[in-house]
Design a protein around this ligand. Structure first.
Ligand SMILES: Cc1ncc(C[n+]2csc(CCOP(=O)(O)OP(=O)(O)O)c2C)c(N)n1
Ligand SMILES: [Mg+2]
Length: 688
C-alpha cells in the first residue's frame, strides 16, 4: 500500500482550488460554487496523487478515466484541469460559462481536453462509468486476457464523483446493480454525501440507507466522515486510505460514502441549498477568503509556488508513464496479432472485407428485418472482434445475440441458457433500458470497441436521456430497436410505437434508420459501423417483409438515406415510404399504373443520411418539379412535411394502436394501398 505524500503546499493548493471556484462563479454571476468548494480536496487528491494520467497527453490509452457525474459542479474538474496543466489556463476559469469558453456550464466531451464524457443530467455519468468499466475489462480480454490482475498495460481504473442527485436518479440504480453483478473491481465511486441538494436538506426527499443498498448490489462500501462531532475536518489521509482499500479490491466496485459539508468553510452559506447554485455574493466571498486566511481583496490569486507545484504533476508522473510504456512495448512484442488489432482500432479503421461479408437476401424471400439484422450481426462478428452487444432481456426478439459467443459476466453467473465469462461479448442488461443506453455510451467513449444495445422501439422512451447525450457527444453508439409499428400486433397499444420515429428524429444528430427489407438492413449496419461521429438507431420490424425485387447494387443506396426503388417515365407523383410501408407504396404504385397514373416510389430508410447528401443527389430523388407527394409510414406524420411539401399528403397513424393481428391493424388504420392511391390522387389534384 502506498503512502500519502502531503505537505503544506498541498494544503495551500487545495485552498487555492476552493477560492478559484468561488471567484469564477462570482465573476460570471452564476454557476455552482458550493460543491466545487467542498470537493476541492477530493478532486485535488485524485488528480495530483491518485489517478494514472498524463496532463500532456489526455488521450493516452493507459490512463485512468475520471467522470464527474455531478456535472453541475464542473469547476471541481476545471480547476484541476487548470492546476494540473491539462490544457486549461486561468483565463479559461475567468471565462466560466461564457460564450465560446473552454469552461461551459457543464463539462462537455469533445470540447474541453480532459473531459471524458458530457455530464449534467444527473445519474448519466455514474451509469456510463459502468460502461467505461465494462469496456476496460472487455479490451483487456481482447488484448491481454492472461495477464495477472493489475499487471497488464490494459489495466486501469474508472473514477467517479457522484452526488446526492446522482444517487437518487433511477438510472444509477440500474447501472449500479449491473456493476455489482459484473464484479467491476475497476470502478471506484466517491459519493459526496453532503445531504444538500437544491431544495436544501435532502431529508425532505431522500432517507434510504445508501450503504445497505450498495452492499446489496455487491459493492464494497466504505465510509469516510469529515463531519466530526468536534468539528468539520477535511481528513485527506482517511480518504486516501479508503481509496487504497478500494483499489485493492479487484472483485467488487467500491462506493466511498464521503460525508462532507457543501461550501465549507463559507461562514453563513455552507451546508445550505443556497451555495449549491448561486454566486456567494461579495460579502460572503470575502468572508470565505478570511476563513481560509486568504486576502479578501485578491481574486483568482494563484501564488507561483502553488502553480509550479501542481504543474509539476507531469514530472511526478514520468516514471509511472515510463513503466507503462515498457510494459506496453513488451506486450506488443509478445503479441504481434494483438498489436495489429490494437493499432487498427486505435486508428479507427474497420477491417477490409466487410462489404463482401454482408449477407445477401434474394427477392422472393420473406424475412423480418429484425431477423435480417441478427444475420448481419453474426456475419460481421467474426471480422469485428471489437463488436459486442446485447439486449435488455429481449435477445431472442431483438436478434442481438452473437451466436456461439460467451456472455459478458463472471463465470459464476452462467445459466442453463448462457455461458458466461468476464471477457464475453454478449451483453445482458436485464430489464434496464436506461442503463443499457448509458453503458453503451460509456463503452464507446472509453474507446476502441463498438457496442450495441437492443429493445423494443416503444421502449426507446426509457433510454431517451442517454440517447440524447450520445447525439450531443457525437459518439457512435448503436441502438437496435425492433417491433417497430402496430405491425407487431397482439401486444397492443402499450407496445406499439406511434410517435417514436418522429420524436427520435427530433433529436439533432441522431441517425434513425428504418430499413424496408433485409438487404437494406445489411447496408444500414455497414453504414452505422462506418459512422464514427454520431449514434445510429436501427429500427426493425417484428413481422416478415418481402425482400424487394431489385439488383444488389440498388440496395446499397440505403446508405444515401433515400433512393428510388421504382420509377417510371415522367412521374406525376412521388410516394415516399420507410420500412414495411415501402411494400404498401409499391402496391399502390402498381395499382395507379393500371389507371395510367405514373408514380415514382422512394424508399427513405434515413432522413438524416438523405439530408446529408448533396443537393444534386436529393434533387434527382425528389425533383422540385414534382409537387404531388405522399408519405406512407405507420406512425405520426410529424416531420414528413419537409419532404411532402405544400401539396403533399401523409398516410400515417395519429392515434394509439390496439391489441389485434398486426396485418389487420395496419389495414384498419389506413396503411394500405387503397388509402395511398387516394392520397396520391388528392395530391395530384392539389398540385395542379
Ligand atoms: C436529471 C436531472 N434533473 C435535475 C437536474 C437539475 N439539478 C442540477 S443539480 C441538482 C441538485 C443536485 O444535488 P446534489 O447531487 O446533491 O448536488 P450538490 O447540491 O450536493 O452539489 C438538480 C436537481 C439535473 N441536472 N439533472
Ligand atoms: Mg448534495
Amino acid at each position: 500500500m502506498s503512502n500519502l505524500e502531503w505537505s503544506n503546499i498541498d494544503d495551500e493548493s487545495v485552498k487555492v482550488a476552493k477560492l478559484l471556484a468561488a471567484d469564477a462563479v462570482e465573476k460570471v454571476g452564476n454557476g455552482h460554487p458550493g460543491t466545487a468548494i467542498s470537493l476541492a480536496p477530493v478532486a485535488y487528491l485524485l488528480f495530483q496523487k491518485i489517478l494514472r494520467h498524463d496532463p500532456k497527453n489526455v488521450d493516452w490509452i493507459g490512463r485512468d478515466r475520471f467522470i464527474l457525474s455531478a456535472g453541475h459542479s464542473s469547476l471541481t474538474l476545471y480547476v484541476q484541469l487548470y492546476l494540473g496543466g491539462f490544457g486549461l489556463e486561468l483565463e479559461d476559469l475567468k471565462s466560466l460559462r461564457t460564450e465560446n469558453s473552454l469552461t461551459p456550464g457543464h463539462p462537455e466531451y469533445g470540447h474541453t481536453k480532459g473531459v471524458e464524457i458530457t455530464t449534467g443530467p444527473l445519474g448519466q455519468g455514474l451509469a456510463s462509468a459502468v460502461g467505461f468499466a465494462y469496456a476496460a475489462r472487455y479490451e483487456r480480454g481482447l488484448f491481454d486476457p492472461n495477464a495477472e490482475a493489475g499487471k497488464s498495460p490494459f489495466d486501469h481504473n474508472i473514477w467517479v464523483i457522484a452526488g446526492d442527485g446522482d444517487l437518487q436518479e433511477g438510472i444509477t440504480s440500474e447501472a449500479s446493480s449491473l456493476a455489482g453483478h459484473q464484479q467491476l473491481g475497476n470502478l471506484i465511486t466517491i459519493y459526496d454525501s453532503n445531504q444538500i441538494s437544491i431544495e436544501d436538506d435532502t431529508n425532505i426527499a431522500f432517507t434510504e440507507d445508501v450503504k445497505k443498498r450498495y452492499e446489496s448490489y455487491g459493492w464494497q462500501v466504505l465510509e469516510v466522515n469529515w463531519r466530526r462531532p468536534d468539528g468539520y475536518t477535511e481528513d485527506v489521509p482517511a480518504l486516501f486510505e479508503a481509496i487504497q482499500e478500494a483499489k485493492s479490491d479487484t472483485k467488487r466496485p467500491t462506493l466511498i460514502i464521503l460525508k462532507t459539508i457543501i461550501g465549507w468553510p463559507s461562514p453563513t452559506k455552507q451546508n445550505t441549498g443556497k451555495i449549491h447554485g448561486s454566486a456567494l455574493g461579495a460579502n460572503e466571498l470575502a468572508a470565505l477568503k478570511v476563513a481560509l486566511s486568504a486576502d479578501p481583496e485578491k481574486h483568482f490569486d494563484v501564488p507561483e509556488r502553488v502553480i509550479s507545484h501542481t504543474r509539476a504533476l507531469s514530472e511526478r508522473k514520468a516514471a509511472e508513464l515510463d513503466d507503462w510504456q515498457k510494459s506496453f512495448d513488451s506486450w506488443g512484442k509478445n503479441n504481434p496479432a494483438g498489436l495489429d488489432l490494437f493499432t487498427r482500432l486505435q486508428n479507427g479503421n474497420l477491417p477490409s472485407g466487410l462489404e463482401e461479408s454482408l449477407p445477401k437476401f434474394t427477392p422472393g424471400e420473406s424475412i423480418s428485418t429484425r431477423a435480417a439484422s441478427g444475420k448481419v450481426i453474426n456475419a460481421l462478428a467474426p471480422l469485428l472482434p471489437e463488436l459486442w452487444g446485447g439486449s435488455a432481456d429481449l435477445a431472442d426478439s431483438n436478434n442481438t445475440t452473437i451466436v456461439g459467443a460467451a456472455s459478458f459476466a463472471p463465470a459464476e453467473h452462467s445459466t442453463a441458457e448462457w455461458s458466461a465469462n468476464p471477457y464475453g461479448r454478449v451483453l445482458h442488461f436485464g430489464i434496464r433500458e436506461h442503463a443499457m443506453a448509458a453503458i453503451v455510451n460509456g463503452i464507446v467513449l472509453h474507446g476502441k470497441t463498438r457496442a450495441f444495445g437492443g429493445t423494443f422501439l416503444v421502449f426507446s422512451d426509457y433510454m431517451r436521456p442517454s440517447v440524447r447525450l450520445a447525439a450531443l457527444m457525437k459518439i457512435p453508439s448503436i441502438f437496435v430497436w425492433t417491433h417497430d409499428s402496430v405491425g407487431l400486433g397482439e401486444d397492443g397499444p402499450t407496445h406499439q410505437p406511434i410517435e417514436h420515429l418522429a420524436t427520435l428524429r427530433a433529436i439533432p444528430g441522431l441517425n434513425i434508420v428504418r430499413p424496408a427489407d433485409a438487404n437494406e438492413v445489411a447496408w444500414a449496419w455497414l453504414k452505422a459501423l462506418q459512422t464514427t461521429d454520431a449514434p445510429t438507431g436501427i429500427v426493425l420490424s417484428r413481422q416478415n417483409l418481402a425482400v424487394l425485387p431489385r439488383e444488389e447494387s440498388e440496395a446499397k443506396q440505403t446508405m444515401r438515406g433515400a433512393y428510388v426503388v421504382k420509377d417510371t417515365k415522367d412521374p406525376e407523383a412521388i410516394i415516399l415510404a420507410t420500412g414495411s410501408e415501402v411494400k404498401v407504396a409499391l402496391d399502390a404504385a402498381a395499382e395507379l399504373e393500371t389507371e395510367n397514373i405514373a408514380v415514382r416510389v422512394v424508399s427513405v430508410p434515413s432522413f438524416e443520411w438523405f439530408d446529408a447528401e448533396s443537393a444534386e443527389y436529393r434533387e434527382t430523388v425528389l425533383p422540385k418539379s414534382i409537387r404531388a407527394r405522399v408519405s406512407v409510414e405507420a406512425g405520426l406524420a410529424l416531420g414528413w412535411e419537409k419532404y411532402t411539401g405544400a401539396y403533399g399528403e401523409n398516410v400515417s397513424i395519429e392515434h394509439f394502436g390496439e391489441s389485434a393481428d398486426g396485418a389487420l391493424l395496419l389495414k384498419k388504420f389506413g396503411i394500405n394501398s387503397d388509402a395511398v392511391t387516394k392520397a396520391v390522387k388528392r395530391s395530384i389534384e392539389g398540385a395542379k
